[in-house]
Design a protein around this ligand. Sequence first.
Ligand SMILES: NC(=O)c1ccc[n+]([C@@H]2O[C@H](COP(=O)([O-])OP(=O)(O)OC[C@H]3O[C@@H](n4cnc5c(N)ncnc54)[C@H](OP(=O)(O)O)[C@@H]3O)[C@@H](O)[C@H]2O)c1
Length: 346
Amino acid sequence: MNGFVPSFTDASPVPCRTLYNGSKIPAIGLGTFGSDHVSAEDVAGVVKEALKLGYRYIDCAACYGNEKEVGRELKNALDAGLPRGELFILSKVWNDCHAPEKLIEACKKSISDLQAGYLDCYLIHWPFPNYHAPHCDVNSRNPDSRPYIHEEFMASWRAMEQLVKEGLVKNIGVSNVTIPKLELILRDARIKPAVNEMELHPTMQQGQLFQYCLDHGIQPIGYSPIGSPARPERDRTPEDICDIEMPEVVAIAQAHKVHPAVVCVKWAYQRGQIPIPFTTKASNALSNLKAILDDSLTAEEMDILASCERNCRLIKGQVFLWKGAGSWRDLWDTDGSIPGWNGYKG
Ligand SMILES: NC(=O)c1ccc[n+]([C@@H]2O[C@H](COP(=O)([O-])OP(=O)(O)OC[C@H]3O[C@@H](n4cnc5c(N)ncnc54)[C@H](OP(=O)(O)O)[C@@H]3O)[C@@H](O)[C@H]2O)c1
């Protein structure tokens, strides 16, 4: 495949967005979750190619089980002349490391594995300290699982703030939170979250949360931007809709002579979130990068895609439910309040 950027010392063609504190973040990133079936080496191989193409934001997480392999490719790129300041390396603390001392340790391990010196952004991956074993089935429940307990979350957040103070991390953020949780977090944070990584694709637009984030200076990062067609079995239910088969998405793709996945990426970029598509193929990484650089969707096409909203949450998170919880909807505060237990009052 032709290199999109001739060498690491040339500037990436990817435009940046500006976070509330002035930090720059590339307007598209590369996902690295192999959905439990793409090997760490294969993911690292795509990272290597994507960096050559001009990707600078790599969306990592300890629980993806591939930070060492990804880190090796980051180091190779840095050694080949890519300035560290151009990279945006994001990682996330996993649910079994929310205790403040464990969180700091987990962050240091990610920094070491990723060989990045520091992280550009660190997120609390889920607002629940609920561990589930890798590859577990959808009905598996950890008896130690608990609902969102704000005081505990804030203890973790203080550790996140400490990471910023110590210079280990430039920005901190949240993921998989809701407006009721953000209201509490924003009330009590000393350093406000810079980003919220949330599920965003044409059939799951989360309009209220998206707007809330923008109104509060929090940059939305859109995960599963293509509707995660290769997601693990535990994240599939019969009522799920496939974004890249939606007639509206397919028709717009035909008009632009691109794959429907590319339309999803264009929509995400033009709407204002930062899409982080995953792929196993360098050719698709290139298509996704080009998606934001040329041939924009028209205002009419954006309106058509806005009408594709079906509130179709794909990553429901059932495995994080605690004993006594109702359905997976309890994780998402769908009635506007945070479900708890034992008289907990949010
Ligand atoms: N914060 C969180 O809790 C959270 C949760 C889920 C995901 N994430 C992040 O979001 C990233 C992306 O989400 P995802 O992995 O669930 O799914 P996704 O990016 O929506 O979909 C990835 C799938 O789309 C296909 N694809 C990508 N580009 C394509 C193109 N141009 N043409 C055709 N097909 C294309 C890929 O197939 P090929 O391999 O064949 O290209 C792959 O199967 C993850 O990797 C992870 O970094 C975060």
